[in-house]
Design a protein around this ligand. Structure first.
Ligand SMILES: Cc1ncc(COP(=O)(O)O)c(C=O)c1O
Length: 463
């Protein structure tokens, strides 16, 4: 077939599924949707059908699609300087560095640019180990930190299992997550006195050789889990006491998503290292960031910084980040996410009142979870992590497929949905998304879902 000939949607899908790997899934049954256009809060498929992007793709297109200023920045950078090796200084690099000093938690002032959240975390692990001279990294079970060897080893969720024991990353140990709705150590907040943080301290004391504690400040894919106010300050204190670094993985929770530039601001806690990606360019180009304290940065004045990539500080990734930050400021999107929080909360609370299958709703800003349970008392989920990786049909995927047919895309994971629309979303669009979920939640309420794998589950591929 000539490449000049325009491919039909069917051909695009067929070629893709036959010649590409579909991520985090059994390949059988992958039926990717052909996306041809996207604007604002909507994406359009090959048949011209529009869908509300109710989870910002993979919780990343925070500015919405087709922002003209970011697109212009990409075009301008391509014309001026499409590539420069990392050893050079570029205007985009300097401009972005200046802006990062404005928006990051104060004290984070040394930057390493990557091309994903995964390799931002990889950089953090290496920096933490070089700086402390220690090895172990404490992560938490309900977490996702990336797909490469170390970052998947540091991931608590079941995507790690396929790599064990063959590819088990050295020196990663897991502690309990801070999840008050389903406390892993069966305590009740606030009487617990944040026992899950005490347990991390216990681990640090008994392990020795701990370089860092790694947390998603708000756990993302695994359920938008927001810790209580005391948790992060307490963790900061513990880390300081034992000379352990605190690494905040803000790949998903950053960039206004939680109603702050970064979720750590919710508790006024500055980590030693902050990793981010996704919203930094609204995902228009692949950029990640590993930001460290000045103290860590200074250490490498006289110590070899043993890390780098050909694409580090790639100008094509940095210029759109400059435009993204400027657009976020101009449109006041961080403020907007905060302002819309009570509206989303009220709507989701009403949804919970109506549907017995919703065990919990929780979130911050425009970052929410609708957590489904078979029974509100036992909090038993509809499906388990083990079922997810075994490729079993999941109730949430079935509901997501129904919503897709109705023109709304939503991220589904094991037994919950992540509601995270672009930060430009209107109240009407939020209502549309929630009403569509409302329409199909009876499938969960009834608790009797057929075991047929929905054709379009790939529209909810995992982040
Ligand atoms: C908290 C967190 N960390 C790391 C990653 C990995 O980022 P990437 O997919 O850009 O490699 C993700 C991706 O969803 C994430 O949510």
């Amino acid at each position: 077939m000539s490449t000049e000939t325009k491919l039909t949607s069917e051909q695009v899908v067929q070629i893709t599924r036959e010649s590409n790997f579909g991520t985090w899934r059994f390949q059988k049954g992958w039926n990717p949707m052909h996306i041809v256009d996207a604007e604002g809060c909507y994406i359009t498929d090959g048949n011209g059908k529009k869908y509300l992007d109710f989870s910002s793709q993979l919780m990343c297109t925070n500015l919405g699609h087709k922002n003209p200023a970011v697109i212009a920045a990409i075009a301008k950078q391509a014309e001026e300087l499409a590539y420069a090796m990392p050893g050079y200084a570029t205007t985009a690099r300097a401009e972005l560095s200046q802006l990062l000093l404005e928006v990051l938690p104060k004290g984070l002032s040394k930057f390493f640019f990557t091309t994903s959240g995964t390799d931002a975390n990889e950089a953090a692990f290496k920096i933490a180990r070089m700086y402390t001279g220690k090895t172990k990294i404490i992560s938490r079970y309900r977490s996702y930190h990336g797909s490469t060897s170390m970052s998947i080893a540091a991931t608590g969720d079941p995507r790690r299992w396929a790599m064990e024991p063959r590819g088990k990353g050295q020196g990663i140990i897991f502690g309990p997550e801070c999840h008050c709705y389903k406390c892993p150590i069966k305590h009740t907040y606030p009487e617990c006195g944040i026992a899950c943080a005490d347990y991390l301290e216990h681990m640090i004391r008994n392990e020795s050789d701990v370089a860092a504690v790694l947390v998603e400040p708000i756990v993302g894919t695994n359920g938008v889990i927001v810790p209580p106010m005391e948790y992060m300050p307490k963790l900061r204190k513990i880390c300081d006491e034992y000379g352990v670094l605190l690494i905040a993985d803000e790949v998903m929770s950053g960039w206004g998503r939680a109603g702050e530039w970064f979720a750590m601001n919710l508790w006024g806690v500055t980590p030693d290292i902050l990793c981010t990606a996704k919203g930094i360019t609204s995902a228009y180009v692949p950029l990640g960031l590993c930001a460290t304290s000045q103290k860590i940065g200074d250490f490498f004045q006289d110590h070899y910084f043993a890390h780098g990539h050909t694409y580090e500080a790639h100008p094509m990734t940095l210029a759109p980040a400059v435009a993204t930050i400027k657009e976020m400021k101009r449109l006041k999107l961080v403020e907007r996410a905060k302002e819309l929080e009570p509206f989303v909360k009220e709507k989701l609370e009403a949804l919970r009142a109506k549907h017995s299958s919703i065990g919990d709703i929780r979130g911050k800003g425009l970052f929410w979870c609708v957590d489904l349970v078979k029974d509100r008392k036992t909090k038993e989920p509809f499906n388990t992590y083990a079922e997810k990786v075994a490729g079993k049909p999941l109730l949430v995927d079935q509901i997501a497929a129904k919503m897709l047919a109705d023109g709304v895309t939503i991220q589904a994971w094991v037994s919950h949905f992540v509601v995270a629309p672009p930060l430009i979303v209107t109240k009407e669009e939020i209502e549309l998304g929630i009403n569509t979920l409302d329409k199909w939640l009876h499938l969960a309420d009834e608790g009797c879902v057929s075991a047929v794998v929905p054709e379009s589950t790939s529209a909810t591929s995992d982040s």
